[in-house]
Design a protein around this ligand. Structure first.
Ligand code: ATP
Ligand code: LTN
Length: 327
């Protein structure tokens, strides 16, 4: 059995991009692998967070994990800050990383753009992510395309340490879906759908009301050609909607193009609203039930204990290899 690890930040607004790019894979993978799914609250504090809101969002994401079908009997679900190994390993990896490679991370460049000085945590964010992955001897990391560069950095750091201290870490691999790996913003299909974008109609959050979903899709930017055809370069808006429709319905993009030949964007969008509302309704219903239950807290406590047992074994091996602490 392979070990799978992934994480989502508790920053609210889990959207279709997160779901179709990453979370959807989490559910499939738990059938044949040992999966560990984390709510990475320590990554969230790389930008200022209100403590109450952060704690609420942590439970929101945990409830969503379970609502989409992650089964705590099959997978470990826990909160990052409940396992101290993440911070501990992160420091050790920091000492084997270079400012040059961190400066090349596009996410850091984007998030620190136009700022005179950026928080150091934003700069070292990918190292904490590498620690998350390496702490659990992870083989496979299911993520969206935007995390490719971070996974490569994790592999570079692991390789560097392994060449000095052989067999310290398992070399992980990213797992990226072809369809849905990059869902674009509805208002500007040249940018990825994002939690932090100001315009709420740029995204569809998994818990949006049907009326909000309708408004966001009907407002989505398209083009003036009026033909429903996949062409990501010249028709990014309609291609993004085709992509979302295809993944949610299981109908191929080619079949959708045939089905909507001669139809206008309005008809296509209306149908997409129905498909989206229908796909999200059961998630929303399960979410409401789980979010207020004691079962959620018990699951996270149990998950942290199981995760910690694995993490401690790795930390013992890492410290021994590095000569840290007493034997
Ligand atoms: P932000 O959009 O504010 O940068 P984020 O949504 O990228 O935040 P996370 O919550 O950490 O940040 O992402 C969770 C997962 O969702 C990651 O695996 C990420 O690759 C994936 N993901 C995020 N946005 C998209 C998108 N637009 N399309 C596909 N996958 C995405
Ligand atoms: N940086 C990731 C979230 C994340 C993660 C991880 C994903 C933190 N640690 C470990 C996979 C494995 C993001 O999606 N923004």
């Amino acid at each position: 059995m392979k070990r799978v690890f992934s994480g989502v930040q508790p920053t609210g607004n889990i959207h279709l991009g997160n779901y179709l790019g990453a979370l959807r894979q989490f559910v499939e993978l738990q059938e044949d692998n040992q999966c560990i799914y984390c709510i990475v609250d320590m990554h969230a504090i790389t930008v200022p967070q209100d403590p109450e809101t952060l704690r609420k969002h942590t439970l929101d994401v945990a409830a969503l994990y379970l609502a989409i079908g992650i089964d705590p009997k099959k997978s470990i679900v826990f909160v990052q800050s409940d396992v101290s190994g993440h911070a501990e390993l992160s420091w050790i990896l920091t000492c084997s990383s270079y400012t040059g490679e961190l400066s090349r991370m596009t996410q850091f460049k984007d998030k620190s753009k136009n700022k005179e000085s950026a928080p150091a945590g934003l700069f070292t964010y990918p190292i904490l992510m590498a620690a998350d992955i390496l702490l659990y001897d992870t083989d496979v990391v299911p993520v969206g395309n935007d995390q490719k560069q971070h996974i490569e950095l994790c592999r570079d750091i692991a390789g560097r340490i392994n060449s000095r201290f052989p067999d310290t870490f398992v070399m992980p691999e990213g797992r990226f879906l072809k369809a849905g790996a990059r869902i674009m913003a509805l208002d500007d299909p040249t940018k990825k759908m994002s939690k932090s974008a100001e315009n709420i109609h740029s995204r569809i959050s998994l818990l949006d009301e049907p009326s909000k979903i309708k408004k966001s899709i009907m407002k989505a930017t398209t083009d003036s050609e009026g033909v429903i055809r996949f062409d990501a370069e010249n028709k990014p808006g309609i291609s993004n909607l085709l992509n979302i429709y295809s993944v949610l319905s299981g109908i191929t993009v080619e079949d959708l193009e045939k089905r909507y030949k001669g139809s206008g964007y309005g008809t296509f969008k209306k149908d997409l609203v129905d498909v989206t509302v229908e796909a999200l309704a059961p998630i929303k219903a399960r979410y409401e039930e789980i979010r207020s239950s004691q079962m959620l807290i018990d699951t996270l406590k149990d998950g942290a204990e199981r995760a910690d047992a694995i993490a401690q074994k790795t930390m013992t091996r890492v410290k021994e290899n590095f000569g840290l602490g007493l034997k």
